[in-house]
Design a protein around this ligand. Structure first.
Ligand code: UD1
Ligand code: CA
Length: 475
């Protein structure tokens, strides 16, 4: 979801993402742009949006934590034409964009984005590129009731074009009264940008090379500067602190929840719903409160998910019910839950759990790398690891497959219609052939024939001439 189809813009677009800043207010050893929103690094959101608009190049300017950022972002955005340039030391936003210029061609339009402004939308960027049209400087702006800290947009007397952006610290009282501010996003022809960047100086309140000073240079050169006003504060909201990150996370989650509800998904409470990945739902899906979905999850028609479930990398088929407090994580291998299956409460499905139709997995049952055919049941307190379980098998309470000998994993094969009693240990590798029964409390180490009863435990004996010990009388 939230994937707008990729679309090319006429002008080649080269994206520069500024991500060198320290992020002091996060008070974290993790570089700011690697903090996660909806389960993905802030910077990854920006890069994916750049990819969506068909960027020819995406150049990320790194500085603080450069190696860590490059490693994490490079590997998670393999499909994007991504390059990194380093900015050391960080002398301001103009200096940051300067670092990217040597790797960018002159014939494109440069779109400047920030790695800590994750929710900028593809449509907004397309509109800004149209405003730039290969020959103008286009600025994305927004009006704030409290514009403190932002660069103010100083317009011409006609109100049409922009004369300058004045940074808060450099602004006089009259300029500080301006409520329209620069969002940090601009589109500008590369050949003009290169020239202007070379002419920047750092004679200002912060002693930095301000990217925003190119507006004055454009005005001097007679290049039109247009401001495109947005009303969507979420799209230009930056992350500077844990509080802002959490606020943006909630807004993002609410937006995802709304999209799902518009598609017919019934969320018990959109404020208690978290999606950190992608969730595909067929008709009539119901999700109770406090569920977390991660990675890629798909829910078939009529699936119900109870309260407090965590579900990652799984496919759950038509009509299955996931009862409360169930944890499912398919990791890289995936988990599948067949149509009409019942899972939980308090069940755990791990990578490679493949449940057929109408399988029942009850409380405190763990399934890992195991296939359960249609109608198989493990309703209480059990472990199935590296097992192949036939149709209609009943796996008793407290029974486990002993799949690990301390060095290697081995498989357990259980044929159709087998009944495993309670508290059994099936020591793999082993096959319990179809129709067999294993008596409760058995430790089974040898494979069994079809349709036999296997009992492997101490024989029951009773002693009549026995008296229970009595407490010694107090001295
Ligand atoms: C900048 C704008 C301001 C605008 C605001 C919107 C300038 C001079 N000012 O101010 O007009 O209203 O954004 O949020 O551009 N960065 C680097 N290298 C540096 C400095 C910054 O990569 O040397 C990165 C930061 O990591 C951040 C982005 O550039 O992602 C913006 O920097 P920041 O310091 O937040 O700029 P502001 O002072 O907020
Ligand atoms: Ca900022």
């Amino acid at each position: 979801m939230n994937q707008i189809p990729q679309q090319e813009i006429d002008e080649p677009v080269d994206v520069v993402v500024m991500a060198a800043g320290r992020g002091t207010r996060m008070k974290s050893s993790l570089p700011k742009v690697l903090h996660r929103l909806g389960g993905r690094a802030l910077l990854s959101h920006v890069i994916q949006t750049a990819a969506q608009i068909g960027a020819r190049n995406v150049v990320v300017v790194t500085g603080h934590g450069a190696a860590e950022v490059e490693q994490a972002i490079g590997s998670s955005n393999a499909a994007v034409p991504l390059q990194f340039v380093r900015q050391v030391p960080q002398l301001g936003t103009g200096h940051a964009v300067q670092q990217a210029m040597p790797v960018l061609p002159d014939d494109g339009t440069v779109l400047v984005l920030s790695g800590d402004v994750p929710l900028i939308g593809a449509d907004t960027l397309r509109a800004l590129l149209e405003t730039s049209a290969g020959r103008r400087l286009a600025l994305l702006t927004i009006e704030f009731d409290d514009p403190t800290g932002y660069g103010r947009i100083v317009r011409d007397i006609d109100g049409e074009s922009v004369q300058a952006i004045v940074e808060h610290k450099d602004a006089d009282e009259e300029q500080r009264a301006i409520r329209e501010v620069y969002s940090g996003v601009m589109a500008v022809p590369a050949r003009l940008l290169k020239d202007w960047l070379a002419r920047l100086d750092n004679r200002n309140a912060q002693g930095e090379f301000y990217l925003t000073d190119i507006v004055k240079l454009a005005a001097i050169d007679g290049v039109p500067v247009l401001a495109k006003l947005t009303t969507d504060a979420l799209q230009v909201a930056g992350v500077n602190s844990p509080t802002q990150l959490a606020a943006l996370e909630r807004a993002w989650q609410l937006r995802q929840a709304s999209t799902l509800m518009e598609a017919g998904v019934r969320l018990a409470d959109p404020a208690r719903f978290d999606l950190r990945g992608t969730l595909f739902c067929e008709a009539d899906v119901e999700i109770d409160v406090n569920c977390v979905f991660e990675g890629a999850v798909s829910l078939g028609a009529g699936v119900r998910v109870g309260a407090n479930c965590v579900i990652a990398n799984a496919r759950i088929d038509t009509g299955a019910v996931i009862h409360p407090f169930t944890h499912i994580d398919g990791e890289k291998t995936g988990v599948t839950v067949g149509a009409g299956a019942l899972v939980g409460p308090f069940a755990r499905l791990r990578p490679g759990a493949r449940l057929g139709a109408d399988v029942h997995i009850g409380n405190f049952v763990e399934v890992k790398n195991s296939t359960l055919a249609a109608g198989a049941k493990a309703n209480h307190l059990a472990y199935l690891g590296d097992a192949t379980v036939g149709e209609r098998v009943n796996f008793g309470a407290g029974s486990i497959t002993a799949n690990y000998d301390g060095a290697n994993k081995h498989r357990t094969i259980i044929g159709d219609d087998v009944h495993i009693g309670s508290n059994c240990v099936l020591v793999a590798p082993i096959t319990i052939a179809a129709g067999g029964t294993v008596g409760g409390g058995s430790t089974v180490t040898k494979s069994t024939e079809p349709n036999v009863l296997t009992v492997s435990r101490g024989r029951q004996v009773s002693f009549g001439d026995w008296t229970r010990p009595k407490k010694a009388p107090k001295a």
